[in-house]
Design a protein around this ligand. Sequence first.
Ligand code: GLN
Length: 260
Amino acid sequence: MTTSEKIKKSIKDTLLDPDGPVLDDDFLALCGERNRRFVERLRAEEDAERAAEAARQHRKEHPRIGVLAIQGDYAAHAAALTEAGADPVEVRNPGELDTLDGLILPGGESTTMLKFLERPNPAGSSFFDRLRDFAATKPVFGTCAGCILLARTVTHPPQKSLCLLDATVERNAYGRQIDSSILTAPSSLPGDPLEMVFIRAPRIAQTGPDVEVLARRDESPVLVRQGNLMAATFHPELSSDRRVHRLFVDTVRSQYGSKE
Ligand code: GLN
């Protein structure tokens, strides 16, 4: 028996003993005060647990999704995420990944992003390596330049990539900036055909067996999914339809808390 258990037992014995000492008002007042504080502490603990559970529920419904904000159209992605029910965060350094439930790599210029991501980090591993670790447990969605960064192989010209999405991606496959286009095509998302904004878009030239194709442009996949990864060669954030972002937010929700 611990000392505190011994003390508790001896007080209880004293209180229960009809022949025990007379307990004066001061003593009883002290017991009451002590109980009051104990009950208060229990209530505070219960309140804190309830608040933490409410915060967990809120986070599950509105997951915290980062948008790599080095360059490109990250602000439009953040707005689209808000509309799709998530809580977006602009991410500029690797430490910020730790607080996220998912991440979007936006469109822009993949070479510029790559240079930034590969900079040596005196405080630890590079942003590039941290991104690879992040994607091992959390959902990542790459659009356009982001799709190039995710690919296993990049061509035209060849370029280093995160090698996460089992696909070969050809950069600038549809011509120059001036050849950018908006198409509407069927997709496997429920509802109407999907509007797709292509800007100096890459082409997914080849996919591995685990890659599910959700939409195509001509014969080439333009929206794909592989486990926790999603990639689009177009810019869903530039259309008003939020189905693509909602699909990603749902993927993040379904993973929330599963691999902390
Ligand atoms: N052409 C760009 C690249 O190669 C991608 C264009 C985009 O993200 N809209 O990185």
